[in-house]
Ligand binder design. Structure first.
Ligand SMILES: *[C@@H]1O[C@H](CO)[C@@H](O)[C@H](O)[C@H]1NC(C)=O
Length: 339
């Protein structure tokens, strides 16, 4: 009897200690997370309410991330990022495609394939990677302005301009698109669409990033004709889902602007080939750039370029499953041609 009591006592103490330790670990994790990502939710008057809200989101996501990474069968790793503890409406500010901005496009979409022909080697290599190409500028960071549509559009133009100009790289102005393309579906820091943004510059031209720098917020249009540093002659969709046409365009014309559906698991992407199913079949909410393709452990992937700084993903880039329209990334690919 005594032994049983002792055991019960020991068990209870053990359970209490474990709960306390676990609570402490969570507290430590949260403190460490805030330190790493420079978060401060302290507001003198709110009794720690804001901190508790974000802590709750962090704890849930942190559990999901650990669970995901403990599965040896997954093809990509998740990690803590600056987005892990954000409310949905806070995270929206780092995206930038709203579904209303997507024009109906099926009629206009073009096939780049020379009439009736199959594209074969050596037209399209088995792998392509523009990440280290002289003409691809450093990864940018849109910050809290939902204008990934502008970043995605500008990158394709920058690459093309550079390749047509003896590899002399010049950054171009996202801010111009944000400020000046306000007539139609593009709403500055509140979402837009790359294709219509590029079209809006075809008559006027595009300024350099130096002349018209990024402000993370919309303002009055300051573009004047003598700022013109690049102009697009042609841009269009590639027939949705045509992988061979997308590869052909990437090879011949450079990086493609693309849209995708971003979910929590993508926000926490760390490495590997992203192949989550939770993004499939939904409206696109983010614009990125496709800069190459390859195959890893039997899985075909695209190399994607994001506008969330070099601290996110693989130095700002990600790999995403290719050939299955993962997260809708093969639905609206756009190419540009400068001459
Ligand atoms: C431009 O850069 C690419 C890769 O960085 C290189 O392969 C190509 O030869 C260069 N072209 C010129 C004209 O210098």
């Amino acid at each position: 009897m005594l032994l049983k009591m002792d055991f019960l006592f020991a068990f209870t103490v053990c359970a209490i200690v474990m709960t306390v330790v676990q609570g402490q670990t969570t507290e430590d994790d949260w403190r460490m997370y805030k330190k790493t990502f420079k978060k401060n939710y302290f507001i003198a008057a709110d009794n720690g309410r804001l901190d508790r809200i974000h802590k709750r989101l962090f704890v849930t996501r942190n559990e999901q991330i650990k669970l995901h990474n403990s599965n040896p069968l997954v093809n990509y790793r998740r990690e803590l990022t600056g987005f892990t503890d954000l409310l949905k409406e806070e995270f929206q500010k780092f995206l930038g495609v709203n579904k209303n901005a997507i024009p109906s496009h099926t009629k206009e979409a073009v096939s780049l394939r020379p009439d009736g022909s199959d594209i074969t080697d050596p037209d399209v290599p088995s792998r392509l990677d523009y990440r280290y190409h002289t003409c691809l500028p450093g990864i940018k960071n849109q910050g809290q302005c939902a204008a990934s549509w502008a970043f995605s559009a500008i990158t394709s133009v920058e690459f093309n301009r550079c390749r047509n100009n003896k590899n002399i790289s010049v950054t171009l102005s996202e801010q111009q698109l944000i400020d000046c393309d306000r007539g139609g579906l593009n709403k500055g820091c509140h979402g837009g669409f790359s294709m219509t943004a590029i079209e809006s510059t075809m008559l006027t031209g595009i300024a350099t990033g130096l002349q018209y720098p990024y402000k993370k917020t919309g303002g009055p249009c300051k573009y004047v004709a003598n700022m013109k540093a690049a102009s697009v002659k042609l841009c269009n969709y590639i027939e949705g889902g045509s992988i061979v046409d997308m590869k052909y365009a990437l090879t011949k014309l450079g990086p493609l602007s693309a849209t995708m559906t971003v979910t929590d698991s993508f926000a926490d992407y760390g490495s590997g080939v992203y192949d989550s199913n939770d993004c499939d079949g939904q409206d696109p909410n983010h614009a990125v750039v496709l800069v190459g393709w390859g195959n890893q452990n039997g899985i075909d992937y695209w190399i994607g370029r994001n506008s969330w700084g070099t601290g996110w993903g693989k130095e700002g880039y990600f790999l995403i499953q290719r050939g299955v329209n993962k997260c809708g990334i093969e639905s609206y690919p756009v190419f540009v041609k400068l001459s």
